[in-house]
Design a protein around this ligand. Structure first.
Ligand code: BMA
Length: 363
């Protein structure tokens, strides 16, 4: 009896697996490939500028439609816009930064339709404790949501909610929007519950695979997978690979790098880490980006032209994205700010790409 039970369960599992494999190979990930090719072409022209939450709020305004601090500073939208899914797993109406998901959908599709590139990150709550994404004390969270774990079923619901939202990200004629998808970011740090102090490399990779296999199985061939740890001291190819999910699972590699200490430390770390990443990318045909960066509140207004641009232009990067212009902290430009003329000078350079520079490169 028990034996029969196990056999039928096993058979069912194999059938599901075969169906999934045939679905994903039948789709042959065309959307993903097209986006990869477009990014590769664009990278030959220059490096795109990106901004998180660009159309939602700025230094002096909130939620008004049609506005953008970047556009109001230099006359053009950023080439790349970043949005965050944190909270979608709970069925919330707004993400962790109070942006309504309906508005995220609207702006993400609009940016794609005007010829821009979009990227999604995810700051999920802690599925074991119910705490925030930064609730980092427990080291058993990953194990609890992996298959066999006490909270696996709960996490399956969370992934279903992501799936349901991703399914709505299509153009008016029903075509899925190609998206740079960047889950489990800054995973080498210890501030998120999926960090290096909270998970073993095996657990982390299992987390990545669980989410990726689920979404592939659900038919998402429009996601380009981006792996982006934080910059770190003494990065080597071997240390980079410790938590890397594998070449067959990642299309774009990058890092998140904020200037928090001295300018010299930032520049040194940027270059030492980028040397490793771009070397690896060249050997394995991966795209490279600075997936997040910034200097909080642009304390040095010349940062754009004097610090970040000279680093970015040394490497074959497809984009660099600065974080959001929130009230309490901002990383992008805004009209009237001291940094605005330096920002304009930077985006006027031939090798920095804004929306108008990328529109003509096919979608
Ligand atoms: C952080 C800060 C937080 C924010 C989070 C997710 O870097 O900007 O205020 O909630 O990103 O966007």
């Amino acid at each position: 009896m028990t034996h029969t039970h196990f056999t039928s369960k096993g058979t069912a599992g194999i059938i599901v697996l075969l169906i999934c494999l045939s679905i994903s190979s039948a789709l042959s990930a065309q959307g993903r490939k097209d986006l990869y090719n477009r990014l590769q072409q664009l990278q030959k022209k220059g490096c795109m500028f990106g901004h998180q939450d660009d159309p939602f709020y700025g230094l002096t305004w909130e939620w008004e439609r049609g506005r953008s601090d970047v556009k109001e500073t230099c006359g053009d939208y950023p080439a790349v816009m970043g949005f965050d899914l944190g909270g979608i797993e709970m069925g919330d109406e707004k993400n962790l930064d109070s942006v309504p998901f309906t508005r995220i959908r609207e702006e993400l599709v609009a940016h794609h339709e005007r010829g821009g590139i979009v990227t999604l990150s995810w700051h999920p709550r802690n599925p074991l404790t119910g705490g925030t994404t930064w609730d980092n004390k427990e080291t058993t969270v990953a194990a609890s949501i992996l298959p066999g774990g006490s909270h696996h079923l709960k996490f399956l619901y969370w992934m279903r909610r992501i799936r349901n939202f991703l399914r709505t990200l299509h153009t008016s004629d029903g075509r899925p929007v190609p998206i740079i998808f960047r889950p489990w970011h800054e995973n080498n740090g210890g501030w998120f519950w999926w960090g290096a102090q909270q998970t073993t490399p095996q657990e982390f990779k299992a987390l990545w695979c669980m989410l990726q296999d689920y979404l592939l199985c659900e038919g998402f061939d429009n996601l380009l997978w981006s792996y982006s740890p934080n910059v770190e001291a003494n990065l080597t190819e071997a240390s980079f690979l410790e938590r890397y999910p594998g070449n067959d699972r990642v299309d774009l590699i990058g890092f998140d790098a904020y200037q928090q200490g001295t300018e010299q430390d930032f520049v040194n770390q940027f270059n030492s880490n980028m040397t490793v990443l771009s070397g690896y990318a060249r050997k394995h045909n991966k795209l490279v980006a600075v997936t997040e960066c910034g200097l909080r509140n642009l304390k040095d207004p010349t940062w754009w032209t004097r610090v970040i641009h000279p680093q970015v232009e040394k490497y074959p990067l497809c984009y660099f994205l600065v974080w959001r212009n929130a009230r309490h902290e901002y990383f992008g430009p805004a009209p009237g700010e001291k940094n605005a003329p330096y920002f304009r000078e930077m985006v006027n350079k031939k090798n920095v790409l804004m929306l108008n520079d990328i529109k003509s490169v096919k979608r």
